[in-house]
Design a protein around this ligand. Structure first.
Ligand code: KIV
Ligand code: ZN
Length: 389
């Protein structure tokens, strides 16, 4: 049996930090319902001290989730944040407080203006303080991707000793290269005493377009939780996309020694829902859930897919709840695709006639980005009229 990788969804917290993507409580509840249906292990429902609306969202989602999943609220390493998160999470059957502090030189010197010793002290205190309220306390080491490794290990050692159940290693600025991030996780897995009793979590951002690669390197090197968002929503270039890591683990489970419990057939529905509610459209060529993820446009690819789907498709669209493979007719399409679509519309032609039909098709296709069924219907009718005349 491969290792279970916990999927920690932060669409409603880090995802919502995406400019223009804010949601009200009712909208968050609709998304939370879909996340539960999809089988996520943890929902990060918000940052309770940030606003009364976020407080309410965390409380309502805590009530909604019941035993289905862990519900988590974010805090800074500040007592009043933790008090407020505990209050919001009182409705949850499986509450988790997610607290932490910056650990990189830039966070220590420029943002927090504290020494390394003060940082360790505050890290220990926030975990111990949160433990007064809940058993399940996750610690985040913000900007771990740019931290000194020895100092990161010192902080993580201290919070593990203080009782953290999960340690989150974020590459907050999306700066790391996958192999280096993997080495960071391995360093923690090898050197922190007692780490085998806690879950190492990876939380990566997409500033260099490598969030998914980093998360998977984390998993290869000992992480057992991935923090991610639907459609990769999030600050700046976004967070790790849930659908990408889940499908990568599904496709490469053996080599990663990993599996998730996500109902992958719900991924497309989740993507559409989040896009509709946030108003953030999904790029057409987005992996797994983009409109073109299973669309084939060139003649060579179309011919291959029509002969055997797996020549150019590694995922069965049904596995992610997508409508199916699509053959897009354009000036790049070949005979096979046109013949196939015409046959689906009920038109078949002898080889000799078909060459002429194909030439007519190319003339239309050269004027348009895509040739639709209506174009084919009028092309065939026009030809029938010409032949009859
Ligand atoms: O990117 C980050 O470091 C975060 C933390 C608050 C977990 O979102
Ligand atoms: Zn983040």
């Amino acid at each position: 049996m491969t290792r279970k990788i916990h999927i920690f969804d932060t669409t409603l917290r880090d995802g919502e930090q995406s400019p223009g993507a804010s949601m009200n409580t009712e909208e968050k509840l609709v998304i939370a319902q879909q996340l539960i249906r999809m089988g996520v292990d943890v929902i990060e429902a918000g940052f309770p001290i940030s606003s009364p609306g976020d407080f309410r969202s965390v409380a309502e989602i805590g009530r909604l989730a019941g035993d289905d999943c862990v519900v988590c609220g974010l805090t800074r390493a500040v007592e009043k944040d933790i008090d407020r998160a505990a209050e919001a999470l009182a409705t949850a059957k499986r509450p988790r407080i997610h607290t932490g502090i910056g650990v990189s030189p830039s966070h220590l010197h420029d943002k927090l203006r504290i020494t390394e010793d003060e940082c360790v002290e505050r890290a220990i205190h926030c975990v111990e303080y949160a433990k007064r309220y809940v058993e399940d306390v996750e610690f985040y080491a913000e900007d771990a991707g740019r931290a000194d490794q020895a100092f990161l290990e010192r902080v993580i050692q201290a919070v593990v000793k203080a009782g953290a159940t999960v340690v989150n290693i974020p590459d907050t600025t999306g700066y790391q290269l996958p192999e280096d991030f993997g080495r960071r996780i391995k360093g923690l897995a090898d050197n922190v005493i007692g780490i085998e009793n806690v879950i190492i979590s990876v939380h990566t951002h997409n500033d260099l377009g490598m969030a998914t690669a980093l998360a998977l390197q984390g998993v290869k090197n000992g992480a057992r939780q991935i923090e991610c968002t639907v459609n990769g929503l999030g600050e700046r270039a976004g967070n790790t996309a849930l659908e990408e890591v889940v499908m990568a683990i599904k496709m490469h489970g053996e080599e990663l020694d990993a599996h998730t419990d996500i109902v992958t057939q719900e991924l497309t529905r989740a993507s559409h829902l989040v896009s509709r509610i946030t108003g953030m459209s999904v790029q057409a060529n987005k992996a797994i859930v983009g409109a073109n993820a299973f669309a084939h446009s060139s003649g060579i690819h179309q011919d291959g897919v029509l002969k055997a789907r797996n020549t150019y498709e590694i995922i069965d669209p049904a596995d992610v709840g997508a409508a199916g493979s699509e053959i897009i007719l354009s000036a790049r399409s070949g005979h096979a695709a046109l013949r196939h679509r015409l046959a689906e519309l009920g038109y078949t032609f002898e080889d000799a006639e078909f060459d002429e039909v194909y030439q007519r098709f190319l003339e239309i296709a050269d004027q348009k980005k895509e040739v639709y069924d209506e174009d084919l219907e009028s092309m065939v009718q026009e030809r029938q009229r010409d032949v009859a005349a």
